[in-house]
Design a protein around this ligand. Structure first.
Ligand code: 5GP
Length: 210
């Protein structure tokens, strides 16, 4: 079986990345089935809506450091004063089993993964404007004003690095942005290399009956 492909999605905080990824993962289109989401490890405290093992694995900094020392991370970074890391275990077995894997990681993480795995596909999701991003951060009510100001300042640093990515989606409309993200996955899945096993069995069918 062919390996799955790795997809990196980054976006400034509040650009709508989590919603977009959830929509993709819950798609009923069979051509978008079986995408694995890599659940990261973080030292950040859980938000009220978040669940251990689904959104993140929430761990103490000492445990995070042990995982770094044991080389368990494909990449890790400090983001907004907390540590975040992608476990090799969340990625490598799924890829080997032929599943596509999504990494929701920041720009530093994307840079590190791309340097090790240049074949990974990378997507940068942008907000339509500064004011729209600020409004979204305020309305979602997850962060206090200081944290919002910090996230907005970081967003400029992140957006400036957009050239690292292969694809850009401007999230000015959630439906259109979702369709664009789905199109990227569909394009990869309809490539000849990926379609080959299905075509081989189709050919056999024709041979047997013809
Ligand atoms: P949040 O705290 O809002 O959930 O995430 C903050 C940022 O950390 C987001 O940009 C998110 O993509 C990034 N992030 C989440 N998990 C990882 C990870 O495993 N590695 C890296 N480098 N960034 C991550």
């Amino acid at each position: 079986m062919a390996n799955g492909e790795l997809f990196i999605i980054s976006a400034p905080s509040g650009a709508g990345k989590t919603t977009l990824i959830r929509r993709l993962l819950s798609s009923t289109d069979p051509d978008l089935a079986d995408i694995a989401f890599s659940v990261s490890y973080t030292t950040r405290r859980p938000r009220t809506s978040e669940r251990e093992g689904e959104d993140y694995h929430f761990i103490e900094e000492s445990r995070f450091r042990e995982m770094i020392a044991a080389d368990q991370f494909l990449e890790w970074a400090e983001v907004h004063n907390n540590y975040y890391g992608t476990a090799r275990d969340a990625v490598e077995p799924a890829l080997a089993a032929g599943r596509d894997v999504i990494l929701d990681i920041d720009v530093q993480g994307a840079e590190r993964v791309l340097s090790q795995r240049p074949e990974a596909h990378s997507i940068f999701l942008m907000p339509p404007s500064y004011l729209a991003l600020r409004e979204r951060l305020r309305q979602r009510g997850l962060d206090d004003p200081d944290e919002i100001a910090r996230r907005l300042a970081v967003s400029l640093w992140e957006i400036r690095r957009y050239r690292l990515y292969e694809y850009v989606i401007i999230n000015d409309d959630a439906d259109r942005a979702s369709a664009a993200l789905a199109a990227i996955f569909l394009e990869k899945r309809h490539r000849l290399e990926r379609a080959e096993p299905a075509v081989s069995s189709l050919l056999e069918d024709f041979r047997d009956r013809g």
